[in-house]
Ligand binder design. Structure first.
Ligand code: UDP
Length: 365
């Protein structure tokens, strides 16, 4: 009998397993996929670490979390500075003086602020009630129309007026010539990919891949004293109150016989006409010098059973439904729910690690 059956070998489950093992607990970590790592899994193709389930860039302002991950990998000094392509125009992201200068032919922060203020004034929006109003009241109509509206609708499959405002608050807005996508103190990509971090976290745990939780628990209901569940919370309860909504992403990954395809790791296509949201050129995350390159076009779709889950759709309807499931989850005393799917949260990696550490401290006595 194990102390913990950890369902899902992603970042949350692996950090929890590591902490439990450190405290002398016996863990079995299972994953239904044929590999560990969950969505941060990286796989080498043509000598390049390919982010198989979408680009992951580690960033945090929490020194404790930064020190924690650095014990499992060396991080490089990659700084994410995406490019946005809108029709035949090219801009820097996040929204900064380079963006504004290109868009309006201006140079100074005062000129940029004046442009944006004028556009905001013409809109007369009160307290922003949705993503569209939030975006418009932050950056005005030009930036919204060219860099936010089309991308967001493709990404979420919903109109910006039907999406929560917080999604757009992830992106910085600044009046300096600084293309760093994040405001965090620490940032980088683990040299050699993310899978190695997970391998190290799982040392000392038993691991079974290609293993379905429901089959296993059906056969061996007493396999562990407690369960850490990082799968979909609605599935755990047999979708009893109905399905929570998720977005899935499909990737068209291609090896191209050129050493440099797009000159940047991340290029977003922000108009509604281009069917994909972005193209990732993986080698640039690690300053790769390989002769070939690997790119992935990302297509975002509504999740349906059988597909991989990526993003929870944190709107009001799903939020209310999640609370009903959470209430049932809280009433169970031997199951801990964690990660993006177990807590239905649009999480960054540092927050996932922090949550796993908090839960480990709380539950492993
Ligand atoms: N977003 C946008 N234009 C862009 C990039 C992002 O409007 O070029 C918006 C979009 O609504 C997206 C959100 O900002 O869902 C968060 O973007 P982020 O890059 O943080 O998303 P992730 O990398 O998690 O997919």
């Amino acid at each position: 009998m194990y102390d913990y059956l950890i369902v899902g070998a992603g970042l949350y489950g692996s950090v929890f397993a590591h902490e439990a093992t450190k405290k002398g607990r016996k863990c079995l970590v299972i994953d239904k996929r044929d590999h560990i790592g969950g969505n941060i899994y990286t796989e080498e193709i043509e000598g390049i670490n390919v982010h198989k389930y979408g680009a992951h860039i580690f960033h945090t302002s929490d020194k404790k979390i930064w020190d924690y991950v650095n014990a499992f990998a060396d991080f490089n000094n990659y700084i994410n500075s995406p490019i946005a392509i809108y029709k035949d125009e090219l801009y820097n992201l996040p929204f900064n003086m380079n963006t504004f200068s290109k868009m309006w032919g201006i140079r100074t922060p005062a000129e940029a602020r004046e442009r944006i203020a004028k556009q905001i004034e013409e809109l007369s929006i009160g307290e922003p009630a949705n993503l569209e109003e939030q975006a418009l009241s932050l950056v005005g109509s030009d930036v919204y129309e060219k860099l936010i509206k089309g991308y967001t609708q493709k990404q979420w499959g919903r109109e910006c007026v039907d999406l929560p405002a917080f999604i757009i608050k992830r992106l910085p807005l600044r009046f300096t010539y600084d293309n760093n996508y994040f405001n965090d103190r620490y940032q980088g990509i683990p040299i050699g990919g993310y899978t190695g971090i997970i391998e190290k976290l799982l040392e000392g745990s038993d691991v079974r891949i290609s293993t379905d939780y429901y089959e296993l628990i059906g056969k061996e209901p007493d396999i562990a004293k407690s369960i850490v569940y990082t799968g979909m919370i609605d599935e755990f309860f047999g979708f009893e109150f109905g399905h929570l909504q998720y977005r899935t992403v499909s990737f068209e990954t291609e090896v191209i016989d050129t050493d440099n395809y797009q000159g940047n790791a991340v290029v977003n296509y922000t108009d509604a006409e281009v069917p994909y949201t972005r193209i990732i050129e993986h080698k640039h995350f690690e300053f790769g010098k390989q002769e070939k390159t690997v790119i992935s076009r990302e297509y975002s779709r509504e999740w349906e059973p059988g597909m991989e889950t990526y993003y929870p759709v944190n709107d009001d309807r799903n939020g209310a439904l999640y609370l009903r499931y959470k209430e049932k989850a809280d009433a169970l005393d031997n199951v801990i729910f964690g990660g993006r799917l177990g807590t239905y949260k649009y999480y960054d990696m540092d927050k996932v690690i922090a949550a796993a550490l908090d839960d480990a401290a709380k539950y492993i006595r």
